[in-house]
Design a protein around this ligand. Structure first.
Ligand SMILES: Cc1cc2nc3c(=O)[nH]c(=O)nc-3n(C[C@H](O)[C@H](O)[C@H](O)COP(=O)(O)OP(=O)(O)OC[C@H]3O[C@@H](n4cnc5c(N)ncnc54)[C@H](O)[C@@H]3O)c2cc1C
Length: 457
């Protein structure tokens, strides 16, 4: 059914997923209007690209960071047009990537085709209900917006409270629950305990060292596995992916055998084009089994460090300033001197170690379970029965077109999700190379549902 008036679409969240959904809508339709909601400043950069620290680098080569699935060289062309001296194999700064995203907004939303059709609302959406000709959104500032369709691009929720941290300690000043909403420069002197050893830990450790060089840092995770470096240039000829119909066990065996012959990096790169087919063919219990066995290795090989970053982390480890250990927290308690006392047990050991820390920072990565979320909008969607968790509790349950499934399992034609919250359906939907195609597809699906599609691209 063509929409009688120009369709109005709400995009909630203005990180990469939301911005690119909005821009794809404007690019694909000559008439659609978009209201882009963002509750934090700066708008349009999200958690990843709002940094000014030039040492914070992308963890994906520039050649694979185009925001547009149909223009693979676009980011590299943008870098070269600005004389930044970087090519496809280099790792740009995350700040430059933020500038790239903002340039896309300026080009499309302020250009002749898009002018006046993108409204940025610096406000949090706290409620969504059926209303008017589609949906009625309410915002934290108490405003109401009637729109024809909604795309939720809420990003990653903050990490869950790890075992060993009780409510009392979690409420203390020494505990940092969300590493992305915290500034290392505000912390007084003293050692720091990081819980988790992935990319978030790497970022936080570098920020801590920038703010106070020499500060002792202990990073504790169950396995003590830190992300690896992008070693050397990618192979000229990538390996053929595995068949998309392998069982989880066979997929794991394929990975191990290929890694033995070609290295883990090449093996994981070869699997990536097939992850969607593999994942969508597995049952919930097969997916769970694969995650249980492959996830730790997948994470360190799949999410790798730019060489500059890896060199700094190696140097911090070599001097003993940064220690990455495998173990579990037994308990944590504030002490009269202001430092926290942590008792932890090494993996496979009986001994208990003691560490003192001026701050304990949760770097365990995002939680996806919408049922335990305390986010007002997610609570509202669950309470109204408009959303339900996927089988593995990685995010929203969505159908093959990324439409939210409601409590009964039915999907609504005009309520969509984009980005990491759709992990249950896609698994690999964390980084730009995965999300850019989804943002374009969701924009296309929204316009198709509203009958306002026009081949403007
Ligand atoms: C430190 C870091 C480095 C990374 N580096 C890379 C990299 O090098 N390459 C790569 O490809 N990927 C990288 N990633 C992955 C990155 O998460 C994705 O590339 C992408 O930025 C995810 O964007 P998003 O919009 O889905 O989420 P986010 O960036 O988290 O944006 C979601 C936005 O939604 C807003 N929001 C949520 N709820 C509401 C609401 N109710 N109302 C209004 N606004 C709301 C939030 O405030 C937030 O700004 C990195 C991630 C991090 C955290």
């Amino acid at each position: 059914m063509p929409h009688p008036s120009a369709p109005v679409i709400a995009v909630v969240g203005a990180g990469f997923s939301g911005v690119m959904t909005a821009l794809n809508l404007l690019r694909r339709s000559p008439e659609a209007k978009v209201i882009l909601f963002e509750r934090r400043v700066p708008v349009g950069l999200g958690a990843a690209y709002a940094t000014h620290n030039p040492r914070h680098r992308l963890n994906v080569r520039a050649g694979n960071m185009s925001a547009w699935p149909d223009r693979p060289g676009h980011f590299v062309e943008w870098l070269q047009a600005r004389g930044l001296g970087l090519g496809a194999a280099d790792f740009a700064t995350r700040a430059d990537y933020g500038r790239y995203l903002q340039s896309q907004v300026a080009e499309i939303a302020e250009g002749p085709a898009g002018a006046g059709r993108l409204v940025v609302a610096p406000d949090a959406v706290v409620g969504i209900e059926p209303g008017g000709d589609g949906w009625r959104l309410t915002s934290a500032m108490g405003r109401a917006f009637d729109v024809h369709a909604v795309a939720l691009a809420l990003g990653n929720p903050p990490p869950a409270r790890p075992p060993g941290i009780d409510e009392g300690f979690a409420a203390s000043d020494a505990y940092v629950p969300d590493p992305w909403r915290w500034d290392a420069r505000q912390l007084g002197p003293g050692p720091v305990l990081l819980i988790g050893a992935g990319l978030t830990m790497v970022d936080v450790a570098l920020s801590l060292d920038d703010a106070q060089p020499g500060r002792p840092i202990l990073a504790l995770s169950r396995r003590g596995l830190a992300p690896l470096e992008h070693d050397g240039a990618p192979p000229a000829q990538p390996l053929a992916p595995p068949p998309g119909d392998l069982s989880p066990l066979r997929a794991l065996a394929w990975l191990k055998a290929t890694a033995a012959d070609h290295g883990w990096r090449t093996a994981i790169d070869a699997v990536r084009p097939a992850t969607r087919a593999l994942w969508s063919g597995w049952s919930a219990s097969q997916r769970q089994a694969f995650l249980r066995h492959a996830r730790p290795f997948w994470e360190i090989h799949r999410h790798r460090l730019a060489p500059e970053v890896a060199r700094r982390i190696a140097a911090l480890r070599a001097t003993g300033q940064l220690v990455i250990a495998a173990g579990k927290i037994r308990d944590l308690a504030p002490q009269p001197d202001g430092l926290a006392l942590c008792r932890w047990r090494g993996r496979g050991e009986r001994a208990t170690y003691v560490a003192r820390a001026a701050a304990v920072i949760n770097c365990t990565g995002p939680t996806g379970d919408i049922v335990t979320s305390d986010d007002p909008l997610i609570l509202d969607l669950v309470r109204r029965g408009l959303a339900r968790p996927d089988g593995l509790r990685l995010g929203f349950d969505v159908d093959a077109a990324d439409r939210l499934r409601d409590v009964s399992g039915a999907s609504h034609p005009t309520l969509f999700a984009v980005g990491p919250a759709t992990r249950g359906a896609h698994w690999e939907i964390t980084a730009v190379p995965d999300i850019r195609g989804q943002a374009a597809a969701v924009a296309e699906a929204i316009l198709g549902a509203l009958g306002g599609r026009a081949p403007a691209v």
